[in-house]
Design a protein around this ligand. Structure first.
Ligand SMILES: [Ca+2]
Length: 437
């Protein structure tokens, strides 16, 4: 990204605490706050800090801007960025850009926080009206709501990342697949599975969702917790609730959706008595290893390790249980495959087969009568099927027969490309695991 050094207007605000201090750096498009922790000799701290101050803002802003999928999808990410206008909100989101593999940030290097650089919402009448209404409807303290929402800051970077693409995306399943089914993610998934096998198996016994699907989802969402997002959730949700990009084809609906998410987030923060500004997530406000939106946390997250609280950032057990519970809640059918191979007859009635999109509609018999040819055991599949078309740019598309379980995965993120990546990542990790490496 072309942020030249001359464009920087830096203001360093130091804030000392016994174990850490923060400073802020303003850039044209974002404000970055760095927290550094004390556990080095004093001189080394200052050297490390100054080096970090010089390098970090450029890196942080550039990476996020260049890599919106660090969880835009955040879903039950689906909800955040559902679909292209062409798909009318029910099918494929545009293929996301890859989550850049990198080492997990270490606490000793500090945490980079992306803070909105725009006005604080205390200056916006509609935001303050929202606070008053929430106080009345939900019984939360009005002064706390006014203060919290009022301190949230508009984030131009969030708005930029939420803009619809100016030119149509060329969907390409092979390219998309290559971003997720790759060695770093597979190896990390294998370690994750081996380390947490007991909890994965326990989740399967309770919810019926096999480990490879749970492992696939957490791998695609955050690379097993390495990319959980660096935006302040308060800034992201307030920005999307009150400043959703107007040129988005469904701006009013999305804005309303994010107001509800903001409401859920505030309710949860007030209930747990935690600082809303400490919560970090994707630019859409999704948090934790599974990138749940606040409403999904409220409805589907579970305290799987039974320690009395739900922690989707640090408790892998809670993460595994919550992902499996989410899929179960959307009618995951234990034992049913996600998809089958399909071959298209030359006379296949494609317009009819593709009309219901990813919604499973056709019996195996009707599916074949329309020219989508199956092999055993698919021919004796008893539930409805959908013909899933994955475009490959200018090459021929890839087709599979999606079952009801394929559709369930698209409830996590409304994209057939996403679902297929989750499935194939999980399958590849399972293959390596069974091979013993
Ligand atoms: Ca817990």
């Amino acid at each position: 990204m072309g942020y030249g050094a001359g464009l920087f207007k830096r203001s360093l605000t130091m804030n000392f605490k016994p174990t850490r201090f923060t400073f802020e750096v303003n850039t044209p498009s974002a404000q970055v706050r760095v927290l550094a922790r004390w556990h080095r000799p004093l001189w080394n701290r200052w050297v490390a800090l100054l080096a970090f101050a010089a390098a970090q803002p450029l890196t942080a802003v550039s990476q996020v801007a260049a890599n919106p999928s660090s969880s835009p999808s955040g879903s039950p990410s689906a909800a955040a960025e559902p679909a292209t206008p062409r798909a009318k909100g029910k099918t494929q989101a545009r293929p996301e850009r890859p989550q850049r593999p990198k080492a997990a940030p270490k606490a000793s290097q500090g945490t980079t926080v992306l803070i909105g650089s725009g006005q604080a919402y205390a200056e916006r009448a509609e935001a303050m009206d929202f606070a008053e209404r929430l106080a009345l409807e939900r019984g939360l303290p009005a002064h706390w709501l006014r203060q919290t929402i009022g301190q949230a800051r508009r984030s131009p970077l969030v708005i930029q990342l939420m803009q619809p693409p100016s030119s149509p995306f060329v969907k390409n399943w092979r390219v998309y697949r290559g971003r997720f089914i790759e060695d770093i993610r597979i190896q990390a998934g294998l370690r994750f599975w081996q380390t947490h096998e007991g909890e994965l198996n326990r989740a399967e016994s309770i919810y019926g969702v096999p480990p490879e699907i749970v492992v696939g989802i957490i791998g695609v969402e955050t690379l097993y917790g390495r990319h959980m997002g660096q935006f302040r959730v308060m800034d992201a949700l307030a920005t999307l609730a009150f400043d959703f990009p107007a040129r988005h084809p469904r701006a009013a609906e999305r804005s309303e959706y994010f107001r509800k998410e903001l409401e859920q987030f505030l309710l949860a923060q007030h209930r747990s008595q935690t600082d809303p500004f400490e919560s970090l997530g994707s630019y859409a406000g999704a948090t934790g290893m599974p990138q749940f939106m606040p409403s999904s946390i409220a409805s589907f997250a579970v305290d799987f390790d039974k320690d009395g609280r739900i922690d989707l950032r640090s408790s892998v057990s809670d993460v595994i249980g919550s992902v499996a519970h989410y899929l179960k809640a959307f009618n995951w059918k234990p034992g049913m495959p996600t998809h089958y191979r399909v071959e298209l007859d030359k006379q296949a009635d494609l317009s009819s087969l593709l009309a219901p999109d990813i919604l499973p509609t056709f019996s195996a018999q009707v599916f074949q009568e329309k020219g989508a040819l199956l092999q055993e055991p698919a021919t004796s599949h008893t539930g409805p099927l959908a013909l899933i078309e994955l475009l490959n740019g200018s090459e021929a598309p890839t087709f599979v027969a999606g079952t009801e379980n394929f559709y369930v995965i698209t409830r996590y993120n409304w994209s057939s490309y996403y679902a297929m990546a989750v499935i194939e990542l999980g399958q590849e990790i399972a293959r390596r695991k069974n091979r013993g490496h």
